[in-house]
Design a binder for this molecule. Sequence first.
Ligand code: PHE
Length: 451
Amino acid sequence: MHKTKKLEKNSFGSRIGFVLAAAGSAVGLGNIWRFPYLAAKYGGGIFLLVYLIFTVTFGFALMLTEIAIGRRTRKSVIYAYTSMNKRFRPLGWLAAAVPIIILPYYCVIGGWVFKYLTDFCSGAGAIAADDGSHFSNFISHVGMPTIFFALFLIITGTVVIFGVPKGIENVSKVIMPLLLIIIVGISIYTLTLPGALDGLLYYIKPDFSAFSIKTVVAAIGQLFYSMSLAMGIMITYGSYMRKEDSIETSVRQIEIFDTIVAFLSGLIIVPAVFVFSGGNRDALDAGPSLMFITLPNVFNSMIGGQIIGCIFFLLVALAALTSSISLMETVVSIVQNKLHWKRFTSCLVVTIVSFFIGMLSILGYSIWADFEIFGKQILDFLDFISNNIMMPIVAFFTCILIGYVVKTTFVEEEIERNEQFRSKPLYRVMVKYICPICMLVILFSSLFLQL
Ligand code: PHE
């Protein structure tokens, strides 16, 4: 009882505050950096269409499930699963392990973004743009990446220390509208550049020849990551949601926000890179090089590129910050729930431990660069194992738990507390049949296509 009361005191003050915080978690590096190149690579408009269909079906069902579990149990992730069914305790631990793994390296990448933000805003952006040696030089050292990583981590920790309504909700209410204004502004600007229209066409015109089963797998994988699913975040945020607010409407709004930002990021990146590279598809290829090598070069070739670069990296930094806040809040809620420590102590310990774990990723690019696990550097390996292996497993068993063990009524009752559940038939089919199958497809494709 005591635990429950504690969480209730620390809840979101308004529905819009909840929606913006959850959208803050969803909107991150995945939307701005990963979505555009996936869309460009997997058939433009056809990828957008597939992505959209999955968003309103599959993504909707999974997000709804997690938020409802959180709000009904009012517990952090491990206890939430355990309280639904004791045999699912290990699943709670697995879900809890995901943010513990991701938080440190996400902040390392956040540090890289901070570095480019300061470069562009201080006028050193021209140095940041080059053949790639500036970036590889930067990450192959320990000092600078560590300073920027620590800064990013400390800012994240500071917001989380203030708690849900005072820290996370207030910060999200400022950052998220600002983020939307910035992204609309830059996309209008890049579309006015000469030649941008061809790039735009390339982005939105369906290319059926690029369509394959890979398009579908890529769309599901991206959606899953983009909506911050299967890592306890939405369960944690759901546990702070007010009982009188509508879950269904909130999920729809979070999805709309997340999708708009992903789409607009594509509107900025695809035409800009397209113009810069003279229509070369490879320029949009995956990996950190798009964000940290290609784009800085594009900005430097634009009129007013220094300012655009500065605003763009501000946008990325804000998006990454609200995501890392949600990761840290999830870890902190686990520590608080498990060890009964005060918020301040929990935040401090989580920040310090994350710092040391994050250092492994930094060292993995510098003095331990020769050290590889399954042919991957430390950061890439952690990213792979959490996103491609652990998250699909968590999502799969969550569907089994809801669909067949506690039954979908567990979620439905929570949604129907104060409204009619309009998508109930769709929801049932999704959770019981479609989502588990999709998760198995993702799991097997990542096991056999990548390892
Ligand atoms: N949803 C975030 C994005 O689109 C990614 C993320 C992953 C956020 C893990 C938090 C935790 O970038």
